[in-house]
Design a protein around this ligand. Structure first.
Ligand code: SF4
Length: 383
């Protein structure tokens, strides 16, 4: 298979239909990021394994979601993909280039190609700069166009994200959360990126505003042929906008596959519990048969064997001593669980249609609303 030519170490995600060497835009090979924290106890440093051996293949043009609870390492992984952080070990490859080896002047080119949208639209924009200056800044830094051309580009970008061109002279504090996230998107688009990494792009926004921002991201992805990497904890959002999902738990991927397969046939108890936790707006809906017990373990003192075993109702003695590897299952995705092929998570599957339609309904309502408001999307007051 072409995947083996890529040479990734453990085969994670290789089962993806249509995966070829040339359509891979981002790849990680056994990437780790460990942080040393606090004072050494008896001479041994305290280490947090935020990202601990991740293999990923991300295709051109797809929307790839990384999900998990707070503290699972997904935001750290996102920063490793853009070299905002450097790995403790392993390799990140963009379009065939190991980004760890790139000198700084080549990194500038790479930063044009990979842009980041931050979670918090309130703190990610410099309050002392006008919106026009904020969007123009990356163009200036990369020496793109003269002043007049840059101003024209800013106006085009503002219009493209549904903001008035008059917004260029205003400051971020004059805008709502949804509008600020649109400004962040316009800024990310300024240099014509190929990949956008969005870290919880809508989690700080009201649900109604979330749908508008998601719709914009989806439209721009189609228009510019972008690859989107979405970091999120809200599975309803992820299910709506993603092609594939990787589920992270304590620094590792525990399940990965096409979104429809993963929702229809979750094989890891953690994934099943996350799906079952999506709220169902239905009186008398059955309670979740797979429960998440307790909080994630202390990342400084990881459990031996399967890291999920202290919270897993299906754990057996083998789970406490032997760490499962990510491998293919009889469903069309990869999972790291000793009991993946024998567990029957049918209770979750029974509920999945209801939950799917719940998530769909939420966003299709907003999509319909957008169709009505398209004619007035230059009016900031509607956001
Ligand atoms: Fe649960 Fe064992 Fe599977 Fe881990 S390996 S998820 S503890 S059944």
């Amino acid at each position: 298979m072409l995947e083996s030519a890529i040479g990734s170490p453990n085969g994670a995600g290789w089962s993806v239909i249509g995966m070829t060497k040339t359509n891979i835009i981002l790849e990680t090979r056994d990437v780790k990021r460990h942080f040393v924290t606090g004072r050494p106890i008896f001479g041994t440093p305290t280490i947090v394994r935020a990202v601990d051996g991740i293999d990923l293949l991300i295709r051109r043009g797809e929307t790839f979601a990384i999900v998990g609870e707070s503290g699972c390492g997904k935001s750290t992984l996102a920063r490793l993909l853009t070299r905002l952080l450097t790995p403790s070990d392993g390799t990140v490859i963009y379009d065939g280039h190991d980004i760890g080896d790139l000198p700084e002047h080549e990194m500038r080119d790479l930063r044009r190609d990979i842009q980041f949208i931050f979670q918090d639209p309130f703190s990610s924009l410099n309050p002392h700069m006008t919106v026009g200056a904020l969007i123009e800044e990356p163009l200036r830094v990369h020496g793109i166009g003269n002043a007049q051309a840059r101003r024209g580009k800013v106006a085009t970008l503002l219009s493209r994200v549904g903001l008035s061109t008059m917004s260029a002279d205003r400051y971020p504090h004059e805008f709502s959360g949804g509008q600020r996230q649109r400004i962040g998107i316009a800024r990310a688009l300024a240099c014509g990126p190929k990949v956008i990494i969005a870290d919880e792009p809508v989690s700080a926004l009201d649900v109604s505003i979330q749908a508008q921002v998601i719709n914009i991201l989806e439209d721009l992805k189609e228009e510019f042929g972008l690859t989107l990497v979405v970091i999120a904890h809200d599975l309803a959002v992820v299910r709506h906008m993603s092609d594939r999902i990787a589920v992270m738990y304590l620094g590792q991927i525990v399940e990965m596959g096409q979104v429809e397969d993963l929702f229809a046939c979750p094989k890891h108890p953690y994934t099943a519990a996350l799906i079952a936790a999506i709220p169902v707006p239905q009186i008398g809906a059955k309670l979740n048969p797979v429960q998440l017990a307790g909080d994630p373990p202390n990342p400084i003192d990881m459990p031996k064997g399967c890291r999920f075993h202290p919270r897993c109702q299906f754990a057996q003695s083998r789970c406490r001593t032997e760490a499962p590897k990510l491998s293919d299952t009889n469903c069309a995705h990869s999972v790291a669980c000793h009991r993946a092929d024998e567990l029957n998570l049918s209770g979750i599957r029974d509920l999945s249609n209801t939950r799917r339609s719940s998530a769909r309904t939420r966003f299709e309502l907003y999509r319909t609303a957008r169709a009505h408001s398209d004619g007035v999307k230059d009016a900031p007051a509607t956001i």
